[in-house]
Design a protein around this ligand. Structure first.
Ligand SMILES: [Zn+2]
Length: 406
């Protein structure tokens, strides 16, 4: 990139600097340590104009290590290898059998989904069973996985499209599908395939307020279909509980702080989801470029719209259409990761949620969420060097939830 004339050298340096900074704060540069001054490291790696000192680079980065260096967008979306298909088929069929057994458990269905919606849940478990059985016999065509480890970086457990009836699974699930956690993921994704109403995710398993959602929300939320199979497999966080809307497992009504955490987590869940969709878009565009397929106009427009928001190189390039570089792919991926970590911060950190006695009103909750969103990104260390730019990006993503693909 330094010598290609595609983009100004200062742009390359600034993007590499940010990526090293993000890796460094998680202790992910060589030596599993955190280094003090990334500016000094940048000067070692780029000692003079147009020069990258490979030996200096390899002091901090191992080029062979896929957790440090991005290898292949082609590997990031591939059919499961034939050696991986047998166990995956068995896991899908085992999960299908469990779905069938919990469909017959009226007491369990009532405890999780409530006195009215339990019959819809029963129907949906039947559909989950048939979807799992159907996909299990056509894995080569209806399942993709990620052997490049992108999903581990972005916390993507998988996704499933009702329209395409397609499942994308984390490589860990494909490598080890018979564990209870992997089977719970299979049930979750099959729920998305079962009914178009189970499309959006409204709170992942175990997040704040998960057990306190309304019955109407639960019956359309894939993660709630994990609960009864998890009870069977001994990996439920709520074993034996009857879920009551608005009431946490401890029996207390949700506090203002709980509600701020729940809504704040929902904000970042949507921003993360949109970032993951953009990451999918840019990687598909990169695959198209590598295969010699020209990008269509709306895709180029979307890439150029997001490029300044995320600090990619596309809008800084000197030719058109832009060349999607590895810096762009990896920066996009790091944004997905940041949205995920900020969401975890809202869930877990004591100081990101404003303290004090709030009236438990919608306006107060919204004001608390607004503060918590900024605090959670600040606790991550920020993305773009400015809280205003970080918020502009997360707001854009949040408002483009399920509306990223042109
Ligand atoms: Zn989902």
């Amino acid at each position: 990139m330094l010598t290609s004339g595609t983009v100004d050298e200062a742009v390359v340096h600034s993007r590499v600097h940010r990526l090293l900074e993000r890796m460094n704060r998680e202790g992910r540069l060589s030596g599993n340590t955190t280094y003090g001054d990334i500016g000094a490291i940048m000067n070692e790696i780029f000692p003079s104009p147009g020069v990258l000192d490979q030996a200096a680079y390899e002091r901090y980065i191992d080029p062979a290590d896929r957790t440090m260096v991005y290898h292949s967008v082609q590997d990031a979306s591939a059919a499961p290898r034939s050696a991986d298909r047998g166990d995956l088929r068995n896991a899908m069929q085992a999960a299908a059998n469990t779905a069938q057994s919990v469909a017959a458990d009226e007491a369990g269905l009532r405890a999780v989904f409530g006195p009215v919606e339990w019959t819809t849940a029963r129907t949906n478990y039947g559909l989950i069973r048939s979807k799992l059985n159907a996909v299990s016999t056509d894995i080569a065509n209806r399942v993709t996985t990620d052997y490049n480890l992108d999903a581990q970086e972005t916390f993507l457990g998988g996704w499933a499209s009702f329209r395409a009836q397609h499942m994308h699974l984390l490589s860990e699930v494909v490598a080890d599908p018979l564990t209870a956690e992997s089977k719970a993921t299979l049930v979750h994704e099959a729920a998305h395939l079962a009914a178009s109403s189970i499309d959006d995710d409204h709170g992942y398993y175990g997040t704040t307020g998960f057990e306190a959602k309304s019955h109407a929300a639960k019956v359309n939320n894939a993660a709630h279909y994990e609960e009864l199979p998890r009870r069977v497999w001994g990996v439920s966080q709520y074993a034996g509980e009857t879920f009551t809307p608005g009431v946490s497992s401890g029996g207390a009504p949700l506090t203002t702080e709980d509600r701020i955490r729940e809504d704040g987590a929902e904000y970042y869940q949507r921003a993360w989801d949109a970032a993951a969709d953009f990451d999918d878009l840019i990687k598909q565009a990169r695959r198209d470029q590598l295969n010699g397929t020209a990008l269509d106009g709306p895709t180029v427009a979307r890439l150029l719209e997001v490029s300044p928001l995320m600090g990619l190189t596309l809008h800084e390039q000197l030719s058109s259409p832009p060349d999607i570089t590895r810096l762009d792919v990896t920066t996009s991926e790091s944004v997905v990761r940041a949205m995920g970590i900020a969401g975890d911060n809202i869930e877990a950190l004591p100081n990101v949620v404003p303290s004090g006695a709030f009236p438990n009103t919608a306006a107060q909750i919204a004001a608390g969420v607004d503060q918590a969103v900024d605090a959670a990104m600040a606790a991550y260390g920020g993305l773009l060097g400015s809280a205003t730019r970080d918020r502009r990006l997360s707001d854009w993503l949040h408002s483009h939830y399920r509306n990223v693909f042109p």
